[in-house]
Design a protein around this ligand. Structure first.
Ligand code: G3P
Length: 218
């Protein structure tokens, strides 16, 4: 499973990119707002940091013509920009128009398998089902990932399932088990995936014994 980071925080992206842990970046209007920066400036910086890997930048228009125009403008920032459009009727029209021009499109705000089916038929490169927001209203976000993976496999769609709105370590594990192609995860949560109390306990005991041994490595 590819791992994308869901943020517009360039400091966090730079650290993860240097570690080679991430395969792409996703942003949305809320994350751009949180960064406090101009979308063109921040997306350009992210694209430079990611060296050719996919960086999703989202349109904010609601009709197909304007979404297409915004998408084309965002795409001018760098060749690795993936244009993100919402899963609406007009969003699907914009997806078809942009993908027809060879532009990669991430269709976002997906909450049902039928929406995902239409996105694939509209030429989406990625479909972004939101796990956490479904769980928030007592529905099963992971079941949606499972349904979409199954449907795409049945009909050999090329669209990649990009599990989004990931809130927990179990979301990451389950998306990987189900076969999501990508998970986009907030930077803090990626860091937390390293944590295990037995790792901390084991390390403390190794270091205590090492101290007693009086040995030195450097
Ligand atoms: O970028 C889309 C998605 O990952 C949003 O997550 O936590 O705001 O539901 P969240």
């Amino acid at each position: 499973m590819k791992l994308f980071v869901d943020t517009a925080d360039t400091k966090a992206i730079a650290e993860l990119a240097e570690m080679g842990l991430i395969d792409g970046v996703t942003t949305n209007p809320s994350l751009i707002m949180k960064s406090g920066r101009d979308i063109f400036e921040v997306v350009r910086e992210i694209c430079d940091l990611m060296e050719g890997m996919p960086v999703s930048a989202e349109v904010v228009a609601t009709n197909a013509g304007e979404m297409e125009a915004e998408g084309l403008k965002l795409k001018e920032i760098a060749s690795n920009v993936v244009v993100k459009v919402p899963l609406t009727w007009d969003g699907l029209k914009a997806c078809r128009r942009l993908s027809g021009q060879g532009i990669e499109v991430n269709v976002t705000l997906c909450f049902s398998a039928n929406q995902a089916l239409l996105a694939a038929k509209s030429g989406a490169t990625y479909i972004s089902p939101f796990i956490g927001r479904l769980d928030d209203i007592n529905l099963d976000g992971m079941e949606l990932i499972e349904d979409i993976v199954e449907i795409y496999e049945n009909y050999e769609f090329d669209t990649q399932v990009l599990a989004a709105s990931i809130r927990t370590a179990n979301h990451v594990r389950d998306a990987a088990k189900i076969g999501a192609h990508v998970a986009t995860v907030p930077p803090d949560l990626i860091k937390k995936l390293t944590l295990h109390p037995l790792t901390d306990k084991g390390l403390a005991s190794f270091l205590a014994d090492w101290k007693k041994s009086g040995g030195e490595i450097l």
